[in-house]
Design a protein around this ligand. Structure first.
Ligand code: SR1
Ligand code: MG
Length: 402
């Protein structure tokens, strides 16, 4: 039996139950069923259910290393605090779009939160070709509200700086700086791709035009403390049903560029669309699903800009916000940065560490290779052409035109 103590230790299915009973998160009397269900790269996720009442919750615990690599990659436990604070910050603006946090313990690096077992991970649903009618509206709303309210457009600059000081997240940022922005563009040992793809990968490593743009995008990520971003908004960080969406896992949160969140979401829809080329055999069904994914991209952007505009007009703080053309200039810049970051994300998920199941799970190696080739081309195309994107239709045409 685990009693409350002042030092961290990783939970087991037994000790987490004792901990939750001790903290009155679950009944002391009921028998309990507990499984470790984490399938991510970094943490333990325990699903705990009282057998008597059927009431359930999730206890997510950070490990002091990256689970995907092992103990040789130490990682700060502070990410549990960041995740929990970020979820609570989002809940101020969009409570229906995040899981409720019941408790946080910085010693055990654990967050106790709402069980979302009725939902499925968006990535899995999209791989199965499922459509989600509320996805675009919900994610458009999520990004508009969380990003506007934590930016200098929605916050007093002193309050923003104070908030930013609670989200200093150097170790998790370094993962992104290395794995997304740097390693895929060089011959680095974290990269992971089949030998058959080596000619394309070596061409990318030698592509100075692309690397110059990749350098600029990395610098933006390093320096543009625009808003409290989720930091890892891929389709594995979203739970969905037909009529509800929940954003989870903001352990990479920090003050970064708005376009990084928007780009991450869009990149994962594009990756799924590319993968469907090898997954859905019936051409009409495939075309229909790929068109749906592009519609989600377009609608997400339209909802994002409509909501952001409303907030700008109703809640904007700075007198400059009333200056004609300023909002359009800000949104244009966000769109171009979104396109570039989406390109980075696509390249990273194809040849860097930590692939996506959409592509990785394609069984036929030849078909998988074709998708990987298209994916590399798409990522490059987005990065190089982002400055020509002035509307969301321009982005859709870029994606279609590869
Ligand atoms: C070592 S962590 C690998 C990746 O998992 C997370 O979801 C992030 O995307 C990170 O880059
Ligand atoms: Mg994650």
């Amino acid at each position: 039996m685990l009693t409350k103590q002042s030092t961290y230790e990783p939970f087991t299915t037994e000790t987490v139950v004792a901990y939750l009973k001790d903290g009155n998160f679950i009944s002391k009397d009921s028998p309990v069923t507990c499984y470790e269900i984490g399938d991510g790269n970094l943490n333990y996720v325990f699903h705990v259910k009282e057998d008597d009442t059927g009431q359930s919750l999730i206890a997510k615990q950070a490990l002091p290393y990256a689970k995907v690599v092992g103990e040789s990659w130490p990682l700060t436990l502070d990410r549990a605090r960041i995740e929990s604070e970020s979820l609570k910050e989002a809940a101020k603006y969009v409570p229906d779009l995040v899981p409720e946090v019941y408790g946080t313990d910085e010693v055990y690096a654990v967050t106790i939160m709402e069980d979302l077992s009725d939902y499925i991970i968006l990535r899995k649903g999209l791989i199965e070709g499922r459509k989600y009618p509320k996805l675009a509206t919900d994610i458009g709303k999520f990004i508009a509200h969380t990003l506007f309210h934590t930016s200098d457009f929605g916050l007093d600059p002193s309050e923003k700086k104070l908030l930013a000081s609670k989200f200093v997240n150097p170790e998790l940022c370094k993962i992104t700086e290395d794995l997304v922005f740097t390693d895929p563009f060089f011959d680095h040992d974290t990269n992971d791709f089949p030998e058959e793809l080596r000619p394309e990968v070596e061409a990318l490593w030698a592509d100075d035009e692309l690397k110059l743009e990749a350098a600029k995008l990395k610098h933006l990520f390093l320096t543009k403390a625009e808003a409290l971003i989720h930091g890892d908004l891929h389709s594995g960080s979203i739970f969905a049903t037909e009529d509800s969406t929940k954003v989870i896992d903001p352990e990479f949160s920090f003050f970064g560029p708005i376009g990084f969140d928007v780009g991450a979401f869009i990149a994962n829809l594009i990756l799924n669309s590319l993968a469907q080329e090898a997954r859905i055999e019936d051409e009409a069904v495939r075309r229909d699903f790929q068109a749906y994914l592009l519609d989600v991209i377009e609608e997400t952007w339209n909802v994002f800009t409509a909501e952001f505009t409303k907030l700008w007009v109703d809640k904007g703080k700075d007198p400059f916000l009333a200056v004609s053309g300023y909002l359009d200039a800000v949104l244009d810049e966000i769109l171009q940065e979104t396109v570039g970051f989406a390109g980075n994300k696509i390249i990273r998920r194809t040849i860097g560490l930590s692939h996506v199941e959409d592509i990785h799970g394609i069984e036929d190696p030849e078909k998988r290779l074709n998708v990987q080739r298209e994916s590399l081309k798409t990522g490059r195309h987005l990065i190089l052409n982002r400055h020509y994107v002035n509307t969301i239709e321009d982005l859709i045409n870029l994606v279609k035109g590869v």
